[in-house]
Design a protein around this ligand. Structure first.
Ligand code: 4AD
Ligand code: MG
Length: 479
């Protein structure tokens, strides 16, 4: 007989027909009710055992975590909460799970801290919480590909090993096959990378943008979706050393088209998840409500997870310039009461306390800030008429902070060369990038969405380490 996945079995109307399911035991109550999960849904199917018909030694092996193959009849459920259940005819143990061992792990059905779950990242997939998170993570990835595919974008694979550090987005991880104990040296005593694998210094990429621009200037509309690496020593709930980024790049788009695209894109993802992952979302929504009850009122979420997703779908984002943002901050109560730790001054970067104030207190909705001073944004961002600001945009989300960073790109060769000089970017390193501005250069724009930050928003998880299967952060590369 062919195996039926539990997600389908639960919806099946083939009552009184034989069925075969396989999965892991979540619970076995009263020597009678097996709750079986196979990961296809957050729900378990109940398999009812008439213990008098089964060998006692066999039933002893039906323990939490054990893998079973169950054959039986699909029948209408007697109990509440499920439509169907299985009247068991045959149980086969596929893999035992020693209860003593299980009791030391996150499979033990009780409440565990997220930290403890992280230490057992190899087993946390088995929990309801992480099952829900990773099913949704998949949906978000699929929605992203679908969004772009349906709109005629091409998926471009940009390199993971890169020979340029032009982006300046962060510290990089070196890629080398040289012997760290005894590297070849140049005459002046430096490591001789010309003898390294690629014949030059190479690193893991921090972004695929520069390469995506090359593709956009031929294919029109492209996007990347790949791993990116930043060796910053950021031990925060929003930073990973290895994370995934989506970077659309569109020829002929200006900064306003870029904002429209980003808003539409983010809204689409929220809508897709609401429509596709109702069961997992309901679980996460309920979990968050319960967690909130244990918190002081001021720390509770004003809107539930599902309401937050609906809010994004049905409200325009607040758009304002950096200059306007500085004014708003200067007129704010925390500023006047000297509650901000960092200065609010035109020309200094906004800190997360400022961003949070704008998003969570002032506007209470996603915010897009444009027109940042050129000095603290990347060299490739298009210079505005005022000569001081660039056509940059950051999108800030409640509870997340910056979820998207992007810009209209500097398409004017002369200005780009000047910017390279000002930012100390060696032209010989990115000659290939600069060349595109010599052959039919056009206005174009794009942005980068932090995939894990998006997954945080749609799952309500508050630590980025809990939305990627195996997080990498300072001093942690286990699994
Ligand atoms: O703002 P960033 O650095 O922008 C770029 O890399 C541009 N090349 C994007 C572009 O225009 N094509 O990064 C983009 C997004 C951020 O807004 C944030 O959501 C996420 O990537 N991000 C991180 N996510 C997790 N951990 C980190 N260390 C992150 N750094 C950035
Ligand atoms: Mg940024």
């Amino acid at each position: 007989m062919k195996r039926t996945e539990i997600v389908h079995a639960l919806k099946s109307d083939k009552i009184n027909e034989d069925i075969l399911v396989k999965g892991w035991v979540k619970a076995f109550r009263s020597n009678r009710f097996i709750q079986l999960s196979d990961g296809s849904t957050i729900h378990t199917i109940q398999a009812v055992v008439d213990f008098e018909k089964f060998d006692e030694a066999l039933l002893k092996r039906v323990t939490t975590g054990a893998a079973l193959s169950i054959t039986g009849k699909l029948i209408e459920s007697q109990g509440a909460g499920q439509k169907v259940e299985i009247a068991v005819e045959k149980i086969e143990i596929l893999g035992d799970a020693d209860p003593e061992e299980v009791s030391k792990t996150v499979m033990q059905p009780k409440k565990h801290s997220l930290e403890f779950l992280r230490e057992q990242a190899h087993l946390r997939f088995r929990t309801n919480l992480f099952g829900a998170v990773f099913r949704i993570r998949h949906s978000v990835a699929y929605a992203i590909h679908k969004y772009f595919n349906d709109r005629g974008y091409f998926y471009i694979h940009t390199p993971i090993v890169t020979g340029s550090d032009a982006e300046g987005a962060g510290e990089m991880f070196r890629v080398s096959t040289l012997d760290p104990k005894n590297p070849p040296l140049t005459e002046d005593g430096k490591v001789d990378y010309s003898q390294d694998f690629f014949g030059k210094e190479t690193n893991l990429t921090v972004s695929g943008q520069l390469e995506a621009e090359l593709a956009a200037l031929a294919l029109g509309k492209v996007y990347t979706f790949g791993p990116t690496f930043r060796a910053e020593n950021s031990n925060t709930a929003r930073h990973l050393a290895e994370f995934w980024m989506i970077e659309p790049e569109v020829a002929f788009n200006d900064i306003y088209d870029n904002m429209d695209l980003a808003e539409d894109f983010l809204r689409y993802i929220c809508k897709y998840v609401l429509e596709t992952n109702a069961d997992d979302l309901a679980f996460l929504n309920e979990r968050e409500k319960q967690e909130d009850q244990a918190k002081p009122t001021a720390e509770r979420n004003e809107l539930s997870l599902i309401d937050r997703l609906n809010f994004v779908i049905s409200n325009d984002f607040q758009r304002l310039t950096y200059t306007e943002a500085i004014e708003v901050l200067k007129n704010s109560t925390p500023y006047k009461k000297k509650k901000f730790k960092y200065p609010v001054e035109w020309g200094t970067d906004l800190q997360s306390e400022h961003e949070r104030y704008l998003v969570e207190k002032e506007y209470k909705k996603p915010v897009i800030i444009t027109g940042y001073p050129a000095s603290f944004k990347a060299f490739y961002m298009r210079q505005n008429e005022d000569g001081k600001t660039v056509a940059a945009m950051d999108i800030l989300f409640p509870g997340i902070g910056e979820i998207i960073g992007g810009s209209q790109r500097e398409e004017r060769y002369d200005i780009l060369i000047e910017k390279c000089k000002a930012f100390n970017i060696p032209e010989h390193e990115i000659w290939w990038y600069l060349e595109t501005r010599k052959f039919g250069t056009v206005p174009h724009a794009g942005f980068g969405l932090g995939f894990e930050r998006m997954v945080m928003f749609v799952t309500g998880m508050t630590n980025i380490r809990d939305v990627i299967p195996f997080p990498r952060f300072p001093k942690k590369a286990e699994f």
